[in-house]
Design a protein around this ligand. Structure first.
Ligand code: JBZ
Length: 253
């Protein structure tokens, strides 16, 4: 998969892509990720990428010309990308299903916003989607782009070593993950649950599904409305009791 990231802080983005599974996939040639300095696509002496907002008000707005020039230069060299993602606090939420959709594409470009925002014509005529990682105030789109690229990249075959761990991940089944333990079996008086030491794989699997359901009901009850549960899990949820033990069709809230 080919990914291009266009930013005014290329070193910040490069640092986030250098290590871990994504960094290794890059060095192995499984992922072709290139970070571009937006200022390289300006034509003025001072490499200006922002300007005052029409209509007045505080802060600056990212100019459209360098962003269009960057994507057009990429299009000339590599062909038109399959998607152009614009990070923005005003975007739709970026969810696991978006990561899955983008991971199936051959070539995706990310545009990182800075200042008060990006000229709306970038959304209208250059980006194919405008997405946000969550409801908190950030100072730019570089960290959101890194979050999204990480979520996409680990779904590309060969990036994560153990395919099973992708399937087992939180959200792949729409539930929070179960609790994990490693040695020692007793640490500062806190014991690992006996079932995990039993070697009984049927019971261990059942315990993990129950704990995943318990956590989800406790921390993210709204996820239960869309989680893919089998009849066994629906029964476990009823046995957990309380208002969180509602049926799929009844929805959340
Ligand atoms: C994002 C204009 O720069 C920003 C500022 C905040 C921000 C982004 C870009 S993208 N927040 C998010 O994904 O939530």
């Amino acid at each position: 998969m080919r990914i291009d990231i266009i930013t005014i802080f290329p070193q910040m983005v490069e640092a986030g892509l250098a290590e871990g599974v994504v960094g290794r996939a890059r060095t192995r040639g499984v992922l072709d990720i290139v970070v571009h300095d937006l200022r390289a696509f300006t034509t003025d002496r001072h490499h200006v990428v922002d300007d005052v907002p029409f209509g007045g008000g505080p802060g600056m707005v990212m100019k459209p010309e360098p962003l269009f020039a960057a994507v057009e230069a990429l299009t000339e060299r590599r062909g038109a990308p399959d998607a152009v993602v614009m990070t923005s606090p005003a975007g739709k939420p970026f969810l696991q299903r978006d990561a899955c959709r983008l991971a199936c594409l051959g070539h995706v470009v990310w545009l990182c916003g800075r200042y008060e925002g990006i000229d709306e014509r970038v959304h209208a005529a250059l980006a194919t989607e405008e997405v946000s990682i969550g409801d908190y105030v950030l100072s730019g789109g570089e960290l959101p782009a890194l979050v999204m690229v990480d979520a996409v990249a680990r779904l590309v075959p060969g990036v994560v070593g153990d395919e099973d761990s992708i399937v087992a991940d939180s959200f792949s089944r729409g539930l929070l993950d179960f609790p994990h333990y490693t040695r020692p079996a007793v640490f500062r008086g806190m014991r690992v649950p006996d079932v995990l030491l039993s070697g009984h794989h049927g019971q261990i699997g059942r315990w993990r599904r129950l704990e995943a359901l318990r956590r989800t009901a406790e921390r993210r009850p709204e996820l239960l409305a869309t989680a893919r549960l089998d009849e066994d899990e629906r029964q476990m949820l009823r046995e957990l009791g309380g208002s969180s033990a509602r049926k799929d069709s009844e929805g959340s809230e």
